[in-house]
Structures are given as C-alpha cells and as structure tokens.
Design a protein around this ligand. Sequence first.
Ligand code: SAM
Length: 323
Amino acid sequence: MKPLIDSYNRKISYLRVSVTDRCNLRCIYCMPSEGIKPLRHEDILRFEEVEEIVRYGIDWGIDKVRITGGEPLVRKGVVYLVETLANLEGIRDLSMTTNGILLKDYARDLKNAGLQRINVSLDSLNADKFQRIAKVGKLSLVLDGIEEALKRGLEPVKINVVAMKGINDDEVLDFAKMSLDRLLHIRFIEYMPLGYKGFAKEDRFFPTSQIKERLKELGELIPAEVRGAGPAKPFRFKKSSGTIGFITPISKHFCATCNRLRLTADGKLYPCLFSDYGVDIKGPLRSGAGSKEIRELFEEALKNKPKKHFIKENNQVMSKIGG
Ligand code: SAM
C-alpha cells in the first residue's frame, strides 16, 4: 500500500463523499431560493461506483469516510450505501452530515446499517428564524431528528452551527446551553464565503473570538475530548454533559493538517473545499479504468492540493503569491 501524500507531505486519510447535489432546504448562504439546476440522473455516481472508489481509497490509506451532500438523506437507498461502506474492512470511522429534516425516520436504520456517528447542521433554534434561513423545512423536524439520533445511539451527535453576523450571532448562548445537560456536541463554524454568491457578498463573518467572548457568561471553558473532533478544538463547561467546539477555517485555518479529499456526487475528486479544480473519476471508471489509472487520478488531485486557502476575514481572496 502506497499512502496518499500530497506535495506538502500531508497524508490523506479522510474522504468526504457527496451522494447527491439535491437538498430539501434552501439555506440562504448555500443556494438561491429557486434552487440550482440538478445534475442528470446518469451523471450521479452509482453506489457501486462510490464503493469502488472508496475501496481504492482504503488500499491507499483512507480510513475515515463522511457521507454528505446536498442532503444525503434525500438520496434513495442511502442506508444501503451506509451498510456497504460500513462492511468494508479498513473503514475506521463512518459518519454523515445531514440537515436533520429526515433524520427522525432514518436514525434507527442508519445505526443498524453501521453508521457510527452523525453531524446535524442547525443554524437557529428559533422556529421563525429557522424558516428565514432554510426557507423550507421546519425546526421541529430537525429537533426530533436529533432526539432520535441520541436515542438510537449514533454517538457522538454533533450540532454544526454556521455562525453569521446579524443572522444568528444572538443565539450563541442558546446553542451552547444545549451542551449543558444533554450529550450534545455543539460546533460553531465560521462562515466561509462559499456557496450562494448573493449572500457571500455581504459581511457575515462572525469570528470565533467573539463567540468565545459571549460564552464567558456561561462560565469557563475547559479542554474536553470528543470522538472525531477533526479541526474543532473541543471544550466544555465544568458541569456540562456535552462539549463545545470551534471550527476556524478563516480566523485560524487548519490547512497544514488537512487530511481530506472530496468526492462530488458527479464523481469529481476535489483536493480542497476552495478548489475550482476537480479531477473526473467517474468518466474513467465507467470506461474501465482500474487501480493504476484511478491512482494516477488521485495523484493528480493531490498535486493540486494547495498549501493553504486564501480567504481572509473580510472574505477577500488574498494574493496567492506569498499570501
Ligand atoms: N445537507 C447537509 C447538511 O446540511 O449538513 C450536508 C451538506 S452541507 C453543505 C454541509 C455543511 O456545510 C453544513 O453544516 C453547512 O451548514 C455547512 N456550510 C455550507 N455552506 C457554508 C459556508 N458558506 N460556510 C460555512 N459552512 C457552510
């Protein structure tokens, strides 16, 4: 086995797999209200193809897979995919990121299929504001989904909150309080100027330093442990059951330790969240490419993995020379 190592000596062990471009929400920062033109059915990777790519990845040192989207739970048969991947020898960590709308119905089957843990994205605990952010869907569905995930033992259950100035920064304490007496892990993510361009133009960046300042009201944060913390540094309050994490892609990027590649629903391999460049895997795979050719495509993605991203706090792109 020759591990996947990029030009900056970072070992790649984590593959994020998007199983659909479709979503049942229209979050203001992600998509325009009218949605985006969906991929054609035939352009989306079939589950056998995802499995094949993941198998190659395992041969080369991938041991952590996250299923994401679009919204992964709108992809028909996703539980089957979870089961298939969970049964692959070599996968140490199998997780999913979901908006939680359908989670109440799926949590039990996902757990039985072998999903280990789950991240639920939730940006407001206020029903009206939830609607303003997500446009469709209902807060109560997500909260029910979270309860079901806890009940079924998807552990840990993490809540991902994209902190946005003037949108939900006033809810930081309410979210943090969820970790006090429940085994919930709240993670505040800095808003990145990605996704829907109309929203990205506005100044919505709310830095982790300000979140921490607000949290002082609840007491001192002490270091904690949580499984699969990735770039989030976990903390907890003295008496809390759950934890609080901060993901700082902008104010303190963690590119130096980035160990990920991303596979899109239409089979392109992206070396970085901020890359415009994706290597097509689906086409060659469908034309009969085997291990050697697929490895070359992975190598090409690795070669294009930037040392770091170039987004500054004011959402401007820094000069890529020396920036
Ligand atoms: N539909 C699933 C969900 O909502 O979790 C998976 C896909 S969603 C794009 C993955 C995560 O990325 C969500 O937690 C979402 O809030 C986050 N996200 C999307 N756009 C973002 C941005 N511009 N800045 C920070 N996080 C973002």
